[in-house]
Every structure is written in C-alpha cells, then in structure tokens.
Design a protein around this ligand. Structure first.
Ligand code: MG
Length: 171
C-alpha cells in the first residue's frame, strides 16, 4: 500500500528534469501538474523559464500535457499561450484524467512520466494509474484550503520516507 505514496524520483524543481535524462528512461511524454509545480498557485502565467522548458521539450519531441484539479479558467489561461494540451477539474488522484492524457498523446504508460508537487494527488494518482512518478518540491508553501489538509498527511508520509532513507536531501 505504501508503495503507492512513494515517487520513483524526488527532485527540487521541474528544471531538474531535462530531455536527456528522460530519453535515458525511454520517456517520450510528460503529464505535469500546474499549481506549485510549474508556477506558484497564485501566478496566472508561465514565467520565461517555464516557457523555455516547454520549448526545450517540444524541440526534443517530448509531448507535455498539463493536468490540474483546478478550474477551467485558471488552467486554460496558463496553458494556451504555451500551446500545450491540458485537462482541468481532473479529480486527481483518480485515474481517469491520467489515462485520457496518455491516450491523447498516443503513448504507452511506460513512455510517460507524471510530475507534481503533491503526494496525495499527483504521486498517488500517477502510481495507481501505472506511471513513473517524479515529485517536485512545491514552489511556494502557502496553499488553498483543501491542499493544506493534504499537506499535513503528506508531511507525515515524507517524514516516513526520510526515516526509511528514501529521501537523501533536506528541504
Ligand atoms: Mg500542485
């Protein structure tokens, strides 16, 4: 059961994930969370660095789909200028949106990584749907109400992982 809460990798930010490291794993597609993974939850648009990261993936033929539990307006305003597919109100950790994204990218599960900042939505959802999961440190610590409750549970899971030696660095 616990294995569903453990990411395959834990990195400090999205910028630690690059085409070269993905190719080594045979990865051709990315399903990524938006809030606190790509930008802070209260930032409407992509930063120049994020725009560059998306361009880098596009240049290497790595497909990216944004899936977010947030509402249409937020996800659409962010994603459209990046010219990247997106799914909103995704109801992560349920599997449906993850599977839909994979199908639309025309890739196998083994060819996709799921990236996000939350164990209980992104990692749990990605793992249950059968993907390789990468947890990133949230861009900001402040959050919406529901997320705050999730974070409490998450801190306990992360401290468990740290005790078991699954996380080697300190935040
Ligand atoms: Mg998030």
């Amino acid at each position: 059961m616990l294995k569903f809460f453990l990411p395959n990798e834990h990195v400090k930010s999205i910028f630690d994930i690059n085409p070269e490291s993905l190719f080594k794993k045979g990865i051709k597609g990315i399903i990524t969370d938006l809030d606190n993974t790509l930008v802070a939850w209260d930032v409407a648009n992509a930063t120049p660095e994020i725009t560059e990261w998306f361009q880098q993936m596009k240049d290497h033929n790595i497909k990216v789909t944004i899936i977010s539990n947030n509402k249409m307006e937020r996800v659409k305003i962010f994603s459209e200028p990046l010219d990247t597919p997106f799914l909103f109100s995704a109801r992560k950790p349920l599997s449906q949106a993850f599977k839909k994204a994979a199908k639309e990218m025309k890739l196998e599960k083994e060819e996709i990584v799921v990236i996000g900042d939350q164990v209980l939505t992104d990692v749990l959802g990605g793992n249950m749907a059968g993907f390789y999961t990468i947890l990133v440190v949230p861009i900001v610590q402040s959050d919406g109400k529901v997320t705050r409750i999730n974070r409490k549970v998450e801190r306990r899971i992360l401290s468990y992982m740290r005790r078991k030696g699954k996380i080697s660095w300190e935040e």
